[in-house]
Design a protein around this ligand. Structure first.
Ligand SMILES: CC(C)(COP(=O)(O)OP(=O)(O)OC[C@H]1O[C@@H](n2cnc3c(N)ncnc32)[C@H](O)[C@@H]1OP(=O)(O)O)[C@@H](O)C(=O)NCCC(=O)NCCS
Length: 187
């Protein structure tokens, strides 16, 4: 399958943040915390064993950053501290829940360290990524899938302007499928 385009920028700046494709050595602690914290992972598959996450960090950092387009580290733009990750990539056609007929739509995802919740960072990062994507790509529907029980994520989706359109079961839980036109983010 040929790879459909997503946001190509190596970096996307915003007022307080820098989205960067590159993973740095100094991101190690934050990256591991993100995947092992039970509260952060509650609605996205549960915490992973630390050893598995360490191995994944080592694999990602040695791989070419350009091999995973649409995947960004969210960092503080003054300290470069790792705050979380953001994904704007094509949803797998094998997954349920689609907003386009070919099932290859752009999907937005975000995960922040627990200490970074409640400061508007996820909203700021998602807005910056979607604006940059709207400048680069033709208009198209963007999807966002979140567990219906994940009220923080649903609140963020609504604040960004995503509209819930259906629910479906995946990973033993009800998921809500939301969508927004990419050009809604064009300024
Ligand atoms: C989903 C998740 C990213 C939401 O994080 P968040 O910090 O609540 O989201 P936002 O960036 O929209 O921030 C909103 C909060 O910041 C507050 N805030 C403070 N300063 C702000 C500012 N300058 N701008 C906007 N909001 C601000 C808002 O009042 C709101 O507070 P509240 O939580 O008390 O209502 C976070 O809970 C998370 O990482 N969860 C685990 C991963 C996950 O489930 N991801 C979903 C899979 S798609």
């Amino acid at each position: 399958m040929s790879r459909l385009p997503t946001l190509s920028a190596a970096e996307v700046p915003s007022e307080r943040l820098l989205l960067r494709r590159a993973l740095h050595d100094a991101d190690r602690e934050g990256f591991i915390e993100l995947s092992t914290d039970p509260e952060v992972q509650k609605y996205i598959g549960g915490p992973r064993p630390r050893s598995e996450v360490e191995q994944r960090f080592d694999a990602v950092i040695t791989a070419d950053a350009t091999s995973s387009p649409g995947n960004y580290v969210i960092a503080d733009n003054t300290t470069n501290r790792f705050i979380g990750t953001l994904m704007l990539a094509r949803r797998s056609t094998d997954s349920p829940g689609h907003v386009t007929e070919d099932g290859k739509e752009l999907e937005l995802g975000y995960v922040l360290r627990r200490s970074a919740w409640g400061a508007g960072f996820a909203f700021e990062a998602a807005t910056a990524a979607l604006r940059a994507a709207a400048d680069e790509l033709p208009d198209q529907p963007v999807s966002l899938v979140t567990q219906t029980a994940n009220t923080r994520s649903l609140k963020l989706a609504a604040r960004l302007g995503f509209r819930p359109i259906s629910t479906f079961e995946e990973y033993g839980a009800e998921q809500t499928l939301c969508t927004a036109p990419l050009f809604m983010f064009k300024i």
